[in-house]
Ligand binder design. Structure first.
Ligand code: C2O
Ligand code: CU
Length: 467
């Protein structure tokens, strides 16, 4: 099945004018209800067979949740699946008890039961939510959605759009390819790559943007494993935020933009654009570039000042890293196909790779597979932590830290002074990346590869921050 076989322009664009919408799930007394449930989704197009999926509230992606920075969001998860689930609020620096990690911060919610999440996001920006139980299956089947935290004061953008990217592995009938679900081959290689790319649950949608004012594009990569590479065929595109955190606007100048699994990029599309021209969004991680969406500039935003500020206001992250007194923790990443891992500790037992592989475990952090009983490290509240990651595998990994944002302070021995604050960082083959953060959020937090199959096959550990 070829993505390019699908007709362009199967529409998903909201009608103009489109201001930020308070699109939410069903609301009950200030609590948003999100129901995890089986449903059918028109992934192939409205005139094609539907795909049986597992989603929130019957739609893929799940409802876009919005909350204002500093205000409380309350969400009740209702589990109508036939397996346990939770919701993780990816990238939000919130209270540990609301982090949604089954077995670490809460019990998984059994079928038929519910759990109420309540939290107050400290940072504005582009985030997302997803299942954190059997993510390799539940995310692949569609359990995720966008979570947007609006700035306290409205920004200057005339318009904004969210682009939720996913790649699905579908069979000839358009159903999710079941036979390969949980297949050890994927787990030991790059992870589950799909053969069908969607943006907001549609194939090659046309998305309206403003012709006469800057548009903010919020891009979220929800793929299990694919490192998407995006090109936008327009001169005036600027990166303005990464993983929710503002960066000084920098021009893309047509360069391909890698977005690893779980990462987000906010782009500003600025400048005067001829209305009804079309701007192609291309994805080029595969053998040949594929158009995944079209942006259609439309007049009528009402904004007249073209020199609108593109920069977004800073978030209240603790930025003062005390590298001299930091807790330093090496993190040796090993395993996978062509990785040469001989043995590792699993459930307290040192096992040869053959035995590990028999149990679906092929990756290790510091010689340990899956969550160790004791934390990888314990930091004092307010302490600077440096995790010294060494990727000694034959694969890139999207390393994600829960509850904090961090920045790379050195790459392959070279100090980096201005790297962005992120919650997910792409570690390339053989990279030595030192990441640093202030451990200012008490509780038990995960550190894992966000390629869902790598995590399931062992690439996950945890740390504790004590008050
Ligand atoms: Cu986006 Cu541990 O997850
Ligand atoms: Cu990985």
């Amino acid at each position: 099945m070829k993505r390019r076989d699908v007709l362009a322009g199967i529409g998903a664009a909201a009608a103009w004018p489109a201001l930020p919408r308070f699109a939410r799930g069903a609301e009950e007394n200030g609590v948003t209800v999100l129901t995890a449930m089986p449903a059918n989704a028109p992934l192939l197009g409205s005139d094609q067979p539907q795909t049986p999926v597992w989603v929130y509230d019957g739609v893929t992606p799940g409802p876009e949740l919005r909350v204002r920075q500093g205000e409380e969001l309350r969400v009740r998860l209702e589990n109508h699946l036939d397996q346990p689930t939770t919701i993780h609020w990816h990238g939000l620096r919130i209270d540990n008890s609301m982090d949604g990690v089954a077995g670490l911060t809460q019990d998984a919610v059994p079928p038929g039961e519910s759990f109420e999440y309540a939290f107050t996001p400290p940072d504005a920006g582009t985030y997302w939510y997803h299942s954190h139980v059997r993510s390799w299956e539940q995310m692949a089947r569609g359990l995720y959605g966008a979570l947007i935290v609006d700035e306290r004061e409205p920004t200057d953008y005339g318009m904004e759009r969210t682009l939720v990217l996913d790649d699905w592995r579908l069979d000839e009938a358009g159903a999710i390819h079941e036979a390969s679900m949980g297949h050890l081959h994927d787990w030991a290689h790059a992870g589950r790559y799909g053969n069908w790319l969607t943006v907001n649950g549609a194939s090659t949608p046309t998305i309206d943007i403003a012709a006469d004012a800057p548009t903010r594009l919020r891009i979220i990569n929800t793929c299990n494993a694919r490192i998407t590479t995006l090109t936008i065929a327009h001169e005036a595109v600027f990166v303005v935020a990464l993983d929710g955190q503002p960066v000084p606007p920098s021009a893309l100048d047509g360069a391909p933009l890698p977005v690893a699994p779980a990462q987000r990029v906010d782009l500003a599309i600025a400048g005067d654009i001829a209305p009804d021209s079309e701007i192609a969004v291309l994805e080029s991680s595969g053998e040949e570039p594929v158009q995944i969406a079209a942006l259609r500039p439309v007049r009528g935003s009402g904004a007249s000042d073209h020199r609108t500020a593109l920069a977004l206001p800073d978030n209240p992250i603790a930025r003062t890293l005390d590298l001299d007194t930091a807790l330093r923790m090496p993190l040796l990443m090993e395993g996978g196909a062509m990785g040469g891992l001989q043995s590792a500790v699993y459930k307290g037992e040192d096992l040869p790779i053959r035995d590990l592989a028999g149990q679906g475990k092929v990756w290790a952090f510091n010689g340990v597979v899956d969550l160790p009983e004791a934390p990888l490290f314990t930091a004092q509240l307010g302490q600077t932590v440096v995790v010294e990651m060494s990727n000694r595998t034959a694969w890139p990994h999207a390393m994600h830290l829960h509850g904090h944002h961090f920045r790379a302070v050195s790459l392959n021995g070279v100090a980096r002074s201005a790297s962005p604050w992120r919650d997910t960082l792409l570690s390339e083959v053989d990279d030595d990346t030192h990441i640093a953060f202030v451990a200012d959020n008490p509780g038990k937090w995960l550190l894992h590869c966000h390629m869902a199959e790598h995590m399931a096959a062992g690439m996950v550990t945890w740390f504790e921050v004590t008050a």
